[in-house]
Design a protein around this ligand. Sequence first.
Ligand SMILES: [Zn+2]
Ligand SMILES: [Zn+2]
Length: 266
Amino acid sequence: MSRTKVIPIPVLGRHAVNAHLLLGRHPVLVDAGTPGSAGRILDAVARNGVDPADLRLIVITHGHLDHFGSAAELHRLTGAPVAGHVADLGQYRTGRVREPYLPTGRMGRLMARNRKLHVAVDPFEPEVLLDGELALHEFGVDARIMPTPGHTAGSVSVLTDDGDLVAGDLIANSFMGLVPGRPANPPFHDDPRRNLTSLRAMLALGPARLHVGHGVPLDPERVRNWAAREQRRLDRAAAAGRLRVRPAEPESEPGRGSADGPARTA
Ligand SMILES: [Zn+2]
Ligand SMILES: [Zn+2]
């Protein structure tokens, strides 16, 4: 087992929106930033001593524009295959998010009005279609992709054998990183309780650090305490009928449920 380094790649601001670079025997990129950020991401990759053409895989954590916005362009520029979960395949194939966004609080209600969160971006076809865990050893890093549904149905996280969890939007920093180190919900969750179940399942695996799409890395102990409080809050909200959840999509929509071409199911 070789050590896998996890390096944050700033997409917006210092850590308002992050992608992550995994450095093992070969480099793997996790997330593809907002639309139009491929150049900035690849510059940062190069500054870390990696030739973008050497990227072995681009893992997309979920179907929101700040995570897959530049996936098609990064694929074109690097030739690296893209991995995405089948439950968010509709977003990847259309270049559009599922509407409407379901806000987790005031910040999400404000952000949902931002036109930029509703644009269509270049679609892409994941060459590596995920439908379960996938070990990344053959891509050159000692890590595995784990489905962590809830934020969106097709959300995934990457857990390295060293205990670094690259968690996408499973959890965030307060105010998109303005309060660094304080765990908080990201602005939106399709299914808050399902997301929290996924988060607690990942915490149960004993990660050493949580790297997130919005903000600085989080201490698992702080996240564990936050998750216990959040569970009580969500249970109360659900009991009072105040919890909005996006209904699950039918298993096989026409043109969505299966992949044609060289897709592989993990
Ligand atoms: Zn998201
Ligand atoms: Zn995000």
